[in-house]
Design a protein around this ligand. Structure first.
Ligand SMILES: NC(=O)C1=CN([C@@H]2O[C@H](COP(=O)(O)OP(=O)(O)OC[C@H]3O[C@@H](n4cnc5c(N)ncnc54)[C@H](OP(=O)(O)O)[C@@H]3O)[C@@H](O)[C@H]2O)[C@@H](O)CC1
Ligand SMILES: [K+]
Length: 502
């Protein structure tokens, strides 16, 4: 796999293990890294009048000395600036020694229009907020409107959590090595990185495997092996049956959006479970989707007994209150046949006073899988202490929430994080602002339930649904409303299904 995400500490460990294992020692890895960057600069910025290479005191700076040397050897006008001498004997000192250019102090940095900046000040070793000459260089890059190519990370961005430490370069291009880091995908880091290039510098997959990383970039590679593809001998109930709880007469649309998405995902049957007083409204808008009255826990249990549903969606448009708790706990008490419950929106908020009732029900052996899909506000209602802890990144928050709730947590946003109770987590990277529209979350909840109903394990189902949902939204683009999304899922699902057959 190449979709593991390594924290800066894990990347340092990978560097060390790779050097131990050979064939490349530290300076060779650094030369490989610098060569990847120089190649991209030559390819993309051939018209630049000058390249200003800004080098820090660590190995990120070492990469910069390699880039400066290679560009100068290619005949590119290069100016070299340094914020501090490399430590004697370090790989960076070796790289500086191989570079024929003499660095000027960063304090005197003055760029020219028509030039570009290669930012080799700080990468994985950023240990505190940046200040002084580096902040001034960032301001000059903005004032002159110069493209910035960042090596490994834009200086000032934490590779661990994507936060801006003091200030940071806004790169047009960021070139990183071996594996991406969480800070490349978490906001606001993702925005500061610009376009990302992942370069192979000779660190083998075997070295990465030894680290037993459990954080991933969310992409089909992560879950395609579990993606449900119907066999030729299937029938509709073998493809899973999703129950979606509807709100009252004035708020039935959200549930129907979930139901449509569940049906599009490939679930063989979908039933809207409606309060008696909303049956007529729902009936007027449903065709292939079934409808059944469910006013209390007994009616829900009767439905489960009669129709053997395999997954549920509870929350969209449902309203906050006791009934959510009753229905959620009834579903989580089933011990066979129900794969999972997706609790969204009002479903999450309804447990704010007593989250432990939900978490205990989800923790019971053989309980259906619980998938929680909170946006930031809902997350804070269920996990107020985690939300308030500024020391935690979104990744760490989601991971702790999953462990505590015994559920898969889909922490939504521009950088949606999906975390499982066993510690696995994925950061989504194909999100699109077109999905920021009413009802889009209802579609996501239905899609997760549809995949759960077809037997996809909960973490994979949640990751797949988030990716597919974003991909469909991005392809549709301007003009997207939630009603468009269920149909827009079809081409994405089709491509994934056919790709599992090749
Ligand atoms: N052979 C290898 O291992 C390979 C490594 N590679 C490259 O190495 C990079 C990681 O190198 P690194 O670990 O040396 O960290 P780096 O980002 O250069 O910074 C450390 C230096 O900066 C300083 N410093 C930190 N924050 C600061 C601040 N706010 N303001 C001022 N100073 C600050 C810090 O000082 P200290 O905290 O120790 O006082 C220390 O001197 C990685 O990103 C990749 O590009 C690739 O070539 C592949 C092969
Ligand atoms: K950098």
């Amino acid at each position: 796999m190449s979709n593991e995400l390594l924290t800066p500490a894990e990347m340092g460990e990978a560097d060390r293990k790779a050097i131990e294992a050979g064939p490349f020692d530290g300076i060779k890895l650094m030369r490989n890294a610098g060569a990847c960057v120089a190649r991209e600069v030559l390819r993309r910025y051939a018209a630049a009048e000058r390249v200003h290479v800004l080098c820090g005191p660590g190995n990120n700076g070492g990469d910069g000395y390699v880039v400066a040397r290679l560009l100068a050897e290619s005949g590119v006008p290069v100016s070299l600036w340094s914020s501090g001498e490399p430590r004697p004997g370090s790989d960076a000192a070796l790289a500086a020694g191989e570079c024929p250019l003499r660095p000027m102090p960063l304090a005197g940095f003055l760029p020219t229009t028509g030039s570009i900046i290669v930012d080799a000040l700080y990468g994985a070793g950023l240990s505190r907020a940046i200040e002084g000459d580096t902040v001034r260089a960032i301001e000059l890059a903005i004032t002159f409107g110069l493209p910035v190519v960042a090596i490994d990370l834009p200086s000032g961005i934490s590779g661990a959590n994507g936060r801006v430490m003091g200030a940071a370069f806004r790169a047009e291009l960021t070139i990183t090595f071996a594996r991406m880091k969480p800070g490349h995908l978490l906001m606001p880091g993702r925005e500061y990185c610009g376009e990302m290039v992942l370069s192979d510098i000779g660190i083998s997959d075997a070295v990465i495997d030894e680290l037993q990383v459990c954080t991933f970039r969310n992409c089909p590679q992560l879950w395609l092996g579990e993606f449900p593809v119907p066999g030729v001998d299937t029938h509709k109930y073998r493809r899973g049956h999703v129950g979606v709880f509807s709100g009252g007469p004035a708020s039935t649309g959200a549930g129907r959006l979930s139901a449509l998405a569940a049906a599009r995902s490939g679930a063989g049957a979908v039933t809207v479970l409606s309060p008696g007083n909303a049956l007529a409204v729902n009936a007027m808008h449903l065709t292939s989707i079934m409808l059944r009255k469910a006013d209390d826990g007994t009616e829900v249990e009767a439905f489960i007994g009669d129709r053997r549903p395999s997954a549920f969606v509870l929350g969209p448009g449902f309203g906050v209150g006791d009934k959510v708790r009753e229905f959620a706990l009834a579903v989580l008490a089933v011990r066979a046949g129900v794969e999972g419950l997706v609790l969204d929106a009002d479903g999450i908020t309804s447990f704010r006073e007593e989250p432990s009732a939900l978490f205990t029900a989800a923790a019971a052996p053989d309980a259906p899988a619980l998938v929680l899909t909170p946006h930031d506000g809902e997350f804070a209602r269920l996990f107020p202490d985690l939300a308030a802890d500024e020391g935690l990144s979104k990744l760490e928050r989601a991971r702790q929430a999953a462990a505590r709730s015994h559920g898969v947590v889909v922490a939504k946003g521009a950088d949606t994080v999906i975390a499982a109770p066993d510690g696995r987590a994925a950061i989504n990277a194909n999100g699109t602002p077109w999905l920021a529209t009413a009802g889009s979350g209802d579609v996501l909840a239905g899609l997760i339930a549809g995949l759960l109903a077809q037997g996809m394990p909960a973490f994979g189902a949640a990751c797949a649904a988030v990716w597919i949902h974003a991909e469909a939204g991005a392809r549709f683009g301007p003009g997207l409303i939630a009603e468009d999304l269920p149909l827009a899922l079809a081409p994405v699902l089709r491509e994934l299904t056919y790709s599992t057959e090749s």
